[in-house]
Design a protein around this ligand. Structure first.
Ligand SMILES: [Zn+2]
Length: 311
């Protein structure tokens, strides 16, 4: 497997290209980079896919990663660039449950790294032999670490008040992200775990509200499309009737078994006729993808308007 990793990755990219060609993936290229003035500093843990968990697209936000989502000298360089060059307004420290930085055994690690390498890396500014604890910066509490990093960044906020610094907590096992308000009152992660059910109940209420919003958006979206179609027809009624010929639209029709499916038809002088070239076997399911907007993030909800004809 490991010898084959380049093939695995390149095949993955070919699949991605195939999806782009099929319209199943899209690359949105925005003039404005990033689309949202947000920088997320998170852990290098491979279970965290920032774009996936917030349903973002390439180009939407800046993401910085290191072991333990730590505000370090190296991240400072990137942070300053994003703030002063790209006008970032939010910095979010995204920590997570089950972080490996709480489990590092420094002595064991020191024994594993070759002595020659450590001595070669040890210079005037960084003595890795004695600084190994600071260099790898392990921490014992995920929640305290997020709060510590937010606090460390407050100095930047003092000089640049329009930049808001906040923290979030991600649960790698459930996919839930908790806002700073949901956990900042807890002193340790164990307190958070103790009240996890209560916090999760709040998230579920939030989720129910969100689903209602989505359903309304979809209904509004359907009505908007219907209105637009009716408007098109109204406008055409007023125009030259000859121009109506060969206008192709989609209409639901029913089979003998009363199965509903959508098929392209020609609208001729307001009369609907099936296009003789149309083959029902060749038509793929029509999938509507309404774009749902809520603050800062865009979510795509696929809605299958009909099932594939099984005949
Ligand atoms: Zn981690």
């Amino acid at each position: 497997m490991i010898d084959n990793i380049e093939n695995v990755l390149i095949n993955g990219n070919l699949r991605y290209q195939w999806k782009i060609s099929q319209g199943l993936e899209n690359i949105e290229v925005n003039d404005k980079i990033p689309k949202y003035p947000v920088l997320i500093l998170t852990c290098f843990d491979p279970r965290i896919d920032v774009h996936r968990i917030f349903q973002l697209n390439p180009g939407d936000i800046f993401v910085l990663r290191n072991a333990g989502n730590l505000y370090t000298q190296d991240t400072l360089r990137s942070i300053l660039l994003t703030v002063y060059q790209y006008k970032i307004k939010y910095i979010i420290i995204l920590g997570h449950l089950d972080c490996c930085m709480t489990k590092i055994k420094l002595l064991e690690l020191k024994r594993k790294i070759p002595y020659e390498f450590l001595s070669y890396q040890s210079g005037e500014n960084l003595d890795l032999f004695s600084e190994i604890r600071n260099f790898f910066k392990p921490f014992i509490d995920v929640l305290r670490n997020i709060k510590q990093q937010v606090e460390n960044l407050q100095r930047l906020h003092m000089h640049k008040p329009e930049v808001k610094i906040t923290g979030m907590l991600y649960d790698v096992e459930t996919g839930w992200v908790f806002e700073y308000d949901k956990f900042k009152e807890f002193a340790f992660i164990e307190n958070f775990r103790k009240y996890y059910k209560t916090v999760l109940r709040e998230k579920k209420d939030q989720f129910i509200d969100f689903i209602e919003t989505i359903e309304n958006e979809i209904i509004n979206n359907d009505e908007l499309e219907k209105n637009m179609l009716e408007k098109d027809l109204d406008e055409e009624k007023e125009g030259d009737l000859d121009q109506l010929v060969d206008k192709v639209e989609e209409f639901p029709i029913y089979t003998e078994n009363n199965e509903k499916f959508v098929t392209p038809v020609k609208i001729q002088n307001q009369k609907i006729e099936l296009d003789e070239n149309f083959n029902t076997q060749m038509i793929m399911p029509k999938i509507q993808v309404p774009k749902i907007h809520f603050p800062g993030v865009k979510i795509h909800i696929p809605k299958i308007s009909r099932k594939k004809d099984e005949n």
